[in-house]
Design a protein around this ligand. Structure first.
Ligand SMILES: NC(=O)c1ccc[n+]([C@@H]2O[C@H](COP(=O)([O-])OP(=O)(O)OC[C@H]3O[C@@H](n4cnc5c(N)ncnc54)[C@H](O)[C@@H]3O)[C@@H](O)[C@H]2O)c1
Length: 675
């Protein structure tokens, strides 16, 4: 490993090395992405994939590299260019360690490296950050070239990135974004799952998920906060009180996002069980202290005995069943254990890549089945989903509140023929999604979303200062905020006050805090001032994930509570990214896909580097305002009551804002027509 800063800087500036680096084969000591099935590719298409990959290298190296890349394509289903994985350690360094001409470029390098840090990323050697296929880049040549461009970038240049591929540095202006990212943008008719597999294998597109391809992932912390809010509000919705002590929550998944459920159980006081089939995922969560070795069981009945005792004594605890969620639900049914809250976070959006392990198979057996007999695998998944829903239906009839966690679970279960559809519900499913019942009306419609920041000094003191600033700001906001959002701000104050102890640090020095437009702007202004005054030592990167008010059009998730028929449109996300780009974002991104699957969402993101300057002040005021109020206006137009009140309030406070408001028709009038 090369650790000294001078060599690191030299290697970054060199980009793709002129001489072939030594290669000793793939590093088998770490977890790798599932093998992608490329049976659909014809020999001609495989040659095309090879030619596409070789474009990054001089002809003199083609003989050697073609053989190596052809093998990668055949064996792993993708050309990752393992030979070019850098020899230095991958993590977010303090900003001044990056060889850059401008701080914005250095901050972006820091964010990229954080997304590829083995402690943060799911499959770092395949450049996958989370969600099984959420890629930062398609291959290592793209990474090397992007970092080189960033090291050369000047304040009047913009780096253009097509699905991980850096198209080049283009002249622009200091007011333009420094980087514009698109991921997986397809001509609509070609945006199918099969299309992703084919075009990704050809090396011409990638699935950037949400925060992976926009360099904004900050480890499971980001999702811990959202999951905590979801759990607390699910409890309130079902009159379980303000915390979940003595209440049971059962779910699945200890992956990139789903792992957050473990932490949220402890924060909310719930006694919970998470089923996870993959031993590596369990080890990763033990590694970052989200779960404890002593809470892991492979015997479901032994687990349930301990769980019942812990719940009765009101222990905030997360048990883990190392096994299939279907077996867990069935055992709970059999033992007549009452569960208050239930959900599922298997990666059903990604079934083709083993996102859902069918019941009756261990994780390894399922892997083999998928590789050797895709038809049998698909059938096993369908059987499993039908059993899965059958058990949930029984427990719901006994009083459990179950919600879909935006993972395409109900969607896939319905496709498998499970008894889960209900035409009388707006979604067409028996169970609501967490956005329909909880996050949509209670958070997004008020403008609350996953605001976040990263302290580029890499120092804990800076993070603590930002936590204190945020807490002070919330205390001020609580004095005169709308009564409907007092509960949210109180939850968020508690979150930020306890974040240092509740959230084990993973990767960059970052923090998430759900906030509305006013909260985001107030906090950002104070950060900018603190940088100017030297209370914060280095720039702060602002951003959010895409699970938000405005950035994402996703009919089964972020926009699931839009009922005017527009939830299948993507105008909001597109306007969001265009609007952010022209209001001062440092980088913007727009993606096809996200958590609900390729073709199922369009989502945009941004990064904004605050450096204490007046330019930062102008950008934060203008951009953050738009970044929230765009969605408020759209949600209000869709007749969502909380968004209507938020929009009216926003117009009262800003004279230059004029939102087109809906007139509400009497439902009895409508009943007279088309009967
Ligand atoms: N947490 C959130 O707030 C949130 C929001 C929206 C969507 N989601 C969705 O939740 C899903 C999970 O996200 P992730 O990043 O954790 O994905 P992931 O792939 O990293 O983790 C999913 C985990 O589920 C496990 N699993 C699969 N089948 C199983 C089974 N039958 N029984 C037990 N465990 C099984 C896998 O081994 C894996 O570790 C995704 O579809 C994501 O889009 C989460």
């Amino acid at each position: 490993m090369i650790e000294d800063t001078a060599t690191f800087q030299y290697l970054i500036k060199a980009g793709i090395p002129a001489d072939l680096p030594e290669y000793h084969g793939r590093d088998e000591s770490i977890q790798h992405a599932p093998i992608r099935n490329i049976n659909v590719l014809s020999p001609e298409e495989r040659r095309l994939a090879l030619a596409n990959a070789l474009r990054y290298f001089p002809a003199s190296q083609h003989e050697t590299l073609s053989a190596e890349f052809a093998l990668e394509l055949e064996v792993y289903g993708r050309i990752y260019m393992y030979r070019f994985r850098p020899s230095y350690s991958m993590y977010s360094r303090p900003i001044d360690h990056y060889p850059a001409k401008i701080s914005q470029a250095a901050a972006i390098m820091l964010m990229i490296q954080n997304n590829l840090d083995p402690l943060v990323a799911k499959y770092p050697h395949e450049l996958i950050t989370y969600g099984g296929n959420g890629a930062v880049f398609q291959n290592w040549a793209q990474y090397l070239l992007t970092m080189k461009y960033l090291s050369e970038m000047e304040i009047d240049q913009t780096l253009v990135m097509y699905s991980g591929h850096p198209l080049g540095l283009f002249p622009s202006s200091s007011l333009a974004p420094r980087v514009v990212v698109t991921n997986g943008m397809m001509v609509p008719n070609y945006s199918s799952k099969d299309g992703w597999n084919r075009f990704n294998a050809l090396g011409v597109t990638q699935y950037g998920q949400m925060t992976a391809g926009s360099f904004m992932y900050i480890g499971p912390q980001g999702i811990v906060h959202g999951t905590t809010i979801t759990l607390l509000n699910a409890g309130r919705l079902k009159q379980l009180g303000d915390d979940l002590r003595g209440k049971a929550f059962v779910t699945s998944g200890l992956g990139g996002m789903s792992g957050a459920q473990a932490r949220a159980m402890l924060i909310t006081g719930a006694t919970g069980i998470i089923a996870e089939v993959d031993g590596d995922a369990i080890q990763q969560r033990i590694g970052d202290h989200y779960i404890r070795q002593e809470d892991i069981y492979t015997d479901v009945y032994a687990l349930l005995t301990e769980f019942v005792k812990a719940r009765e004594s009101g222990q905030a605890r997360c048990f883990v069943f190392h096994g299939n969620i279907v077996d867990l639900w069935e055992a709970i049914v059999e033992k007549f254990i009452h569960i208050e809250l239930g959900s599922d976070q298997t990666s059903c959006h990604n079934i083709d890549q083993l996102g859902y392990c069918p019941a009756g198979y261990t994780f390894d057996e399922a892997k083999k089945l998928l590789q050797n007999d895709k038809t049998a695998f698909d059938e096993a998944v369908k059987n499993s989903l039908r059993k899965h829903i059958h058990a949930i239906n029984i427990l719901s009839a006994r009083g459990m509140y179950f919600w879909d966690y935006g993972n395409a679970f109900l969607f896939e279960a319905a496709k498998a023929g499970a008894a889960v559809t209900d035409e009388s519900k707006p979604s067409g499913f028996k169970y609501p999604s967490y956005v329909e019942d909880i996050m949509g009306p209670l958070c997004f419609d008020f403008g609350f979303g996953p605001f976040r920041w990263v302290c580029t000094s890499g120092q804990n003191e800076d993070l603590e200062t930002t936590d204190q600033i945020a807490a002070e700001t919330i205390r001020d906001l609580l004095i005169d905020c709308a009564p409907e959002v007092v509960g949210q701000w109180r939850d968020n104050l508690k979150w930020i006050e306890n974040a240092k102890t509740d959230i084990p640090p993973v990767g960059s020095k970052s923090r998430i805090l759900y906030a509305d437009a006013r909260g985001r702007i107030e906090i950002a202004r104070k950060f900018n001032l603190a940088i100017r005054e030297g209370r914060l030592k280095s720039p702060v990167v602002l951003g959010r994930d895409h699970h938000d008010v405005s950035g994402t059009d996703s009919p089964w998730r972020e926009t699931a509570n839009i009922y005017d028929g527009s939830k299948f449109t993507a105008d909001m996300a597109i306007h969001n990214v265009i609007g952010d780009a022209m209001r001062g974002a440092t980088w913007v991104s727009i993606h096809n896909g996200g958590g609900t699957g390729w073709g199922e969402a369009i989502n945009g993101g941004f990064g904004l580097v605050l450096d204490g300057s007046e330019a930062s002040e102008n950008a934060l005021n203008s951009m953050l305002y738009w970044d929230v109020n765009n969605g408020i206006a759209r949600r209000a137009w869709a007749r969502n009551p909380n968004a209507i009140s938020t929009a009216l309030d926003a117009m009262k406070k800003e004279e230059k804002l004029e939102i087109t408001m809906p007139n509400i028709v009497n439902p009895d009038l409508l009943k007279k027509y088309f009967t």
